[in-house]
Ligand binder design. Structure first.
Ligand code: NAI
Length: 723
């Protein structure tokens, strides 16, 4: 419950009312039920004031106008019956609609973020003025939660900025800045933040004089002025674009499009009814619930310092050392210099170092619209990146990250050599993907200042970073590593030590099972299709090709050593490797990559290589069984990781898989997905796979949850966790 009112009313020159939003105790204004009730009361008071010539709505929060509706309230009412969702939307539309029926002009003066419900409130105002601050962002991100605007956004926006612009804004979910908003016709004026209120007052006076807003109000009540042919063309092109983006897995953008197309030929109120009806089919759907879950996972991650308690990290990272200029070293270097962190990069091979420096600069200076590196930007960034000639150069670094070959002995020798060079308080870290951190710390003098900082490949695209706590890593080291990863724009999760840590530990059984499926008679095509139909960005065999079959074999070896009961040593990988098929890097793996676009193509030579390893008789494995065989071992491994206390919170499993390997966001994460199925049902489905042996045997945790009908998300912290 709010500690006081959010909306404060004042007057300018006795005839212009100002409503200032300032939610007590919060960094942002959010349209909760309470705030909407206040707003309703304020409007009732103002509507009857015949002296007013205008109303201006502003925010007192720095950098934020309104951050949207209260998603916690949404989350608590996901099981509302459809009719109630319709009335919820209608109530919102009618409340905001009063802003376009007042006897005076209404203006939103927007400085900072104005999204979702806030953007809807703003489009019900007659006019909008926006500040030219880079923080000013206007948009309808509802599709990212599996919804679309339900308080009149889809009805009002097309009338103001044209159907095509509104479709792009609402179905894409991306925000625009003030200048783009002005070009679209969303902002009537743009002013520096300090002059914003003056600009709004000026506009009130002009409108009070010209009464132009009244003509607009009438126009916006009517159907859109657009021909059937134009509608048909827009519908076909937009729908094709949406399908390409969503692969048919996210219904909200498509339904938003349909709703706006249908609403084009009716009046505003009927358009609002159509909107409410459409929203009621999306609200509370499994995809909506999954995406809301993801919103909370990322929100929680933003606020999490990585340790229990309030310890402030001591390290302010300004300069970083990176050892190893290969795929990962170059990617990590680029991520740093892009964010203004200086890097000293070294490699045992001068050629690799030169290639790494070039690669890092190209990546950091990559410009999406040019589709290549921007030369000027590269020149600007070059002084941030130093070619390291000797170990002494690490003495100035706050963090030194090792990213050389995945070999414990090689890594340990480097740490031994480097540790003495580091300044007091500096952190030494490894980017190892599988080797336990405690093992690597064995010979260190300061194991408390050592941890894993595990980036994912490709670094530019994968947001996840695992910060791995070895048995002696200090809280300060963990908190500093977390703050540093956030500085790079990443999502760090803190995991306890163990083979494969969290993400690779869960990924390996899934990849391993793909090989077992091949052995049992499923085809490459069937396996890839099943994983993609589940929503994975690529199939597991393509993933082998991306990671590199040799690298995967090495990682698999570490897992096999650690968990011999449930990892099968397939002969398929060594056979392909022996044939020179290492994956994309060698031009061929499970697929061949000869075409110029680099897309994998089936290769009959692979069938010949697989033949000796196919078990007879071949089984007829249905798609649903392939899905279960791929994802159930991953889930079981997650329950074991929970039992072993690898994560601090069950939610980190889901965040890790969605942002580390692209587990389908519309499923909300592995454990969210499992919770929607239920532990009991999962145990049943595992029975059908029983003959596969220990790797599909339900774990104690799963059985206990099934017996007590518990959900993973109710397990507050991991069993056995240090924290
Ligand atoms: P890479 O083979 O592309 O690069 C390794 C680089 O280290 C090479 O340039 C090599 O010349 C250099 N190097 C080898 N020994 C060295 C030494 N003693 N001193 C200095 N430089 C030396 O390997 P990649 O893929 O970049 O992997 C590096 C590390 O990152 C490994 O531990 C790997 O497990 C981990 N990792 C790899 C991922 C991947 O998908 N490739 C993902 C996440 C972590």
């Amino acid at each position: 419950m709010a500690a006081g009112p959010t909306i404060h009313r004042s007057l300018i020159d006795s005839n212009i009312a100002v409503l200032t939003l300032d939610m007590p105790g919060k960094g942002a204004n959010i349209l909760s039920v309470d705030v909407l009730a206040e707003f309703e009361q304020q409007l009732s008071d103002l509507e009857s004031d015949s002296d007013l010539i205008g109303l201006i709505i502003v925010s007192n929060k720095p950098g934020i106008f309104i951050a949207g509706a209260d998603i916690r309230e949404f989350a608590a009412s996901l099981d509302l019956p459809r009719a109630d969702v319709v009335s919820m939307c209608r109530r919102g539309q009618q409340l905001f609609g009063r802003l376009s029926a007042t006897p005076f002009v209404t203006i939103a003066a927007i400085d900072g973020i104005c999204v979702g419900g806030g953007a809807e409130l703003a489009v019900w105002c007659d006019r909008r003025v926006m500040s030219n601050s880079p923080k000013t962002q206007f948009g309808f991100p509802e599709v990212k939660l599996g919804l679309f605007p339900g308080w009149g956004g889809t009805a009002r926006a097309p009338r103001m900025i044209g159907l095509s612009n509104a479709v792009e804004l609402i179905t894409g979910g991306e925000s625009v800045g003030a200048e783009q908003a002005r070009e679209l016709g969303l902002a009537d004026d743009v002013a520096p933040p300090a002059d914003l209120l003056d600009a709004a007052v000026r506009l009130v006076r002009q409108e009070a004089e010209s009464r132009r807003f009244e003509a607009d109000r009438q126009r916006w009540e009517k159907p859109l002025d657009i021909s059937e042919t134009e509608l048909g063309f827009l519908g076909a092109t937009a729908s094709a674009m949406i399908r390409k983006e969503t692969k048919g897995e996210y219904p909200a953008p498509e339904l938003a499009l349909e709703t706006m197309l249908e609403a084009a030929s009716v009046g505003l109120d009927e358009a609002c009814e159509l909107e409410a009806d459409g929203m009621s089919t999306l609200f509370g759907s499994p995809i909506n619930a999954a995406l809301i879950n993801l919103f909370f996972l990322t929100d929680r991650n933003k606020k999490d310092g990585g340790i229990e308690g309030d310890l402030e990290p001591t390290l302010d990272v300004k300069r970083v050392g990176v050892i190893g200029a290969g795929i990962m070293g170059a990617g990590i270097t680029a991520a740093n210099i892009k964010r203004g962190v200086k890097v000293v990069l070294t490699d045992a091979s001068a050629d690799s170092l030169s290639a790494g420096i070039r690669g890092a600069l190209e990546e950091a200076a990559y410009n999406r619209s040019l589709r290549k590196a921007d030369v000027e930007r590269a020149i600007e960034l070059a002084p941030q990146l130093n070619r390291g000639e000797s170990d002494e150069e690490f003495s100035q670094c706050d963090v030194v990250i090792e990213a050389v070959v995945e070999n414990a002995e090689v890594k340990r020798q480097i740490f031994k050599r480097i540790e003495g060079q580091l300044g007091d308080g500096a952190i030494l870290a490894s980017n190892t993907s599988t080797i336990p951190i405690t093992q690597l710390a064995r010979d260190l003098e300061h194991p408390d200042r050592f941890c894993g900082i595990h980036f994912f490949n490709p670094v530019r695209r994968m947001k996840l970073v695992e910060v791995i706590r070895g048995s002696e890593t200090s809280d300060d080291t963990v908190a500093s590593a977390v703050a540093y990863a956030k500085r790079l724009g990443k999502m760090p999760i803190v995991v306890n030590d163990g083979p494969g840590f969290l993400v690779n530990r869960l990924l390996l059984p899934y990849m391993n099972e793909a090989l077992e499926l091949l052995g049992d008679g499923a085809t490459i095509k069937e396996i890839e299709r099943a994983a993609k139909s589940f929503g994975m960005p690529m199939g597991p065999l393509t993933l082998y090709d991306v990671v590199g079959l040799d690298t995967a074999l090495y990682a698999g070896g570490t897992m096999l050593q650690a968990f011999p009961d449930r990892i099968k040593a397939s002969k398929i990988l060594p056979a392909l490797i022996k044939a020179g098929r290492l994956g994309q890097k060698s031009g061929a793996g499970f697929f061949s990559y000869r075409n110029p676009k680099g897309r994998g193509e089936p290769d009959p030579a692979v069938d010949d290589l697989l033949n000796p390893y196919l078990r007879a008789p071949a089984k007829d494995i249905q798609p649903a069984e392939i899905v279960d065989r791929l994802f159930m071992p991953m889930l079981l491994e997650a329950t074991r990781a929970l039992e072993d206390g690898i994560v601090r919170d069950v939610r980190d499993v889901d965040l890790g898989l969605v942002f580390g390997i692209g587990f389908p966001p519309f499923k909300g994460g592995l454990l969210h997905w499992a919770d929607t199925i239920g532990a009991g049902e999962i145990a049943e489905r595992l029975k059908a796979l029983e003959e596969l042996g220990p790797r599909v045997q339900p774990t104690d945790l799963l059985l206990e949850m099934a017996a007590n009908d518990r959900k993973f998300y109710d397990l507050k912290t991991a069993t056995g966790s240090k924290s």
